[in-house]
Ligand binder design. Structure first.
Ligand code: ADE
Ligand code: ZN
Length: 329
């Protein structure tokens, strides 16, 4: 069995961040927009560092202007994920980019995304959405985003997250928005411990009551925090290729995922924004196998952790469990 045909669960993925460059260029051309400055001479996304990556990311969202655009984007992205063997995907959806945080417009975007996701079930992939404010847009915008999340929490929208510049504002500034989301029954995750250190992870746990942490890899710098993650069963959504591409670690072999796993932390593997980082789930598995000697049995174990940590309801979890065992469901 190649890693391609191995069934996979992906818990950390941004819908716009998964847009293939050619798709963004086509969409931009159709809208009369010039997005050439976000691409390098080889046609791939080009950025120098994390903050410029966030800027390029935002510019790449500009051509997506209607619910139909998002339906098309979702179809393309789910097709590619299914091709890489992903059977269950949780994707971050940002009302900032889908209707400008207006709850009425957001519902229309979401409906289009859900219809595309339902069509992709035929490919053997199930998608769920995590509504996500953009941290550097600030706490007031996050509260408006939480309102969108509250109103659409349900079978498809299962979680609330936090992306963007981890060094903008404090986690406590977002506590109110996260309380709103939690009270609406949503599960909680937050990017932390990617471009800020262990204290950022503590903030996500204490202020936002995160059940999972996006990245969280810099917890490795603080043994007491690693112990806490183990004791509390906190799941890390680790994206090795993303961390290497953004310069956190020189190579996957230098990445702390293996050390975190060996310490007993619940780690999972995701792509984050696949074309931005020249990756997909097959490449992630190949790189981990090469760096750490991980085998199919290791990846099966990681996928069981991910299955348990998925924010979906039990009926969906049971269907995905069947797929992990290679059964049609
Ligand atoms: N948005 C998209 N990708 C992200 C990342 N790796 N960190 C923070 N925000 C993001
Ligand atoms: Zn991310």
């Amino acid at each position: 069995m190649s890693f391609k045909s191995l069934p996979k669960i992906e818990l950390h993925h941004h819908i716009e961040g998964a847009a293939p460059p050619a798709f963004v260029r086509d969409m931009a051309r159709a809208k009369g927009l010039d997005v050439s400055n976000i691409f390098g001479p080889d046609g791939t996304y080009q950025y120098r560092d994390f903050l410029q990556f966030l800027d390029v990311y935002e510019k790449a969202t500009k051509p997506f202007q209607t619910p139909d655009d998002y339906a098309l984007l979702t179809a393309v992205v789910l097709g590619e994920a299914a091709e890489a063997g992903v059977v269950y995907l949780e994707s971050f959806l940002a009302p900032d980019f889908c209707g400008g945080r207006d709850p009425v417009a957001w519902r229309e975007y979401l409906q289009a995304i859900i219809e595309a996701a339902q069509a992709a079930e035929a490919l053997g992939i199930t998608m769920r959405g995590i509504v996500t404010p953009v941290r550097h847009f600030g706490p007031d915008a996050a509260r408006e985003t939480a309102r969108c999340a509250q109103e659409t929490a349900g079978e498809f929208i299962v979680g609330f997250g936090l992306g963007g510049d981890e060094n903008a504002f404090t986690t406590a500034d977002f506590a109110y928005a996260f309380d709103m989301a939690r009270e609406a029954g949503l599960h909680i995750t937050a990017h932390a411990g990617e471009f800020a250190g262990p204290d950022a992870v503590r903030g996500a746990l204490d202020d936002l009551k995160a059940e999972r942490i996006g990245h969280g890899v810099r917890a490795i710098e603080d043994p007491a925090l690693v112990e806490r993650l183990v004791a509390e069963g906190i799941v890390l959504e680790v994206c090795p290729g993303s961390n290497v591409a953004l310069g956190l670690y020189p190579s996957v072999a230098d990445h702390p995922i293996a050390a975190l796993r060996a310490a007993g932390v619940k780690v999972t593997v995701s792509t984050d924004d696949p074309p931005f980082f020249h990756t997909d789930m097959v490449r992630e598995y190949e790189a981990l196998a090469e760096a750490f000697g991980w085998t199919e049995a290791d990846f099966a174990a990681l996928n069981r952790v991910a299955l348990e940590a998925a924010f979906c309801d039990e009926a969906a979890r049971a269907r995905v469990a069947q797929r992990l065992e290679g059964k049609d469901a």
